[in-house]
Design a protein around this ligand. Structure first.
Ligand SMILES: [Fe+2]
Ligand SMILES: [Fe+2]
Length: 152
């Protein structure tokens, strides 16, 4: 369980890195609202890592910091970015479900409670990515960019 949570902490930090890289891409495309949204998303992912970090600390687990994989740095379009975002979040959902499976097999109730929060969060993450992707397909980028600039 400890090993699996350690791995998840690393992947949440990777997620932050991944979205920061997307933010850089949007800056270069002069889509400031999208860039802002991605910066906020990265902050949220750091929050996820810290949530697991605190959980481990509370339970006296040993956290082992490992290399954080380098994210991609180029995309073809805003649509391409959000297709990758959705794909990434689906993969994370799989990881969280896997984590829950381990917690259940080890009969670790505390871990199950902690992971439950992430199960709900992932449903939201997928929904949000899907919504923005659909918006990109149907509406003008500049209009969406204005809306995404408002995320705090
Ligand atoms: Fe996350
Ligand atoms: Fe996420």
């Amino acid at each position: 369980m400890q090993e699996a949570i350690n791995r998840q902490i690393n992947r949440e930090l990777y997620s932050a890195y991944f979205y920061l890289s997307m933010s850089v891409y949007f800056e270069s495309e002069k889509l400031k609202g999208f860039a802002n949204w991605m910066r906020m998303q990265a902050r949220e992912e750091t929050g996820h890592a810290m949530r697991l970090f605190s959980y481990m600390a509370e339970r006296g687990g040993r956290i082992i910091m490992q290399d954080i994989e380098a994210p991609p740095i180029e995309w073809d379009s805003a649509r391409d970015v959000f297709e990758h975002t959705l794909k990434h979040e689906k993969k994370v959902t799989e990881m969280i479900n896997n984590l829950m499976g381990i917690a259940k097999s080890e009969n670790d109730i505390e871990a199950q409670k902690a992971i439950e929060w992430f199960v709900n969060e992932q449903a939201e993450e997928e929904e949000t990515a899907e919504k923005i992707l659909n918006d990109i397909k149907e509406r003008g980028l500049q209009e969406i960019d204005k809306e995404l600039a408002e995320r705090k």
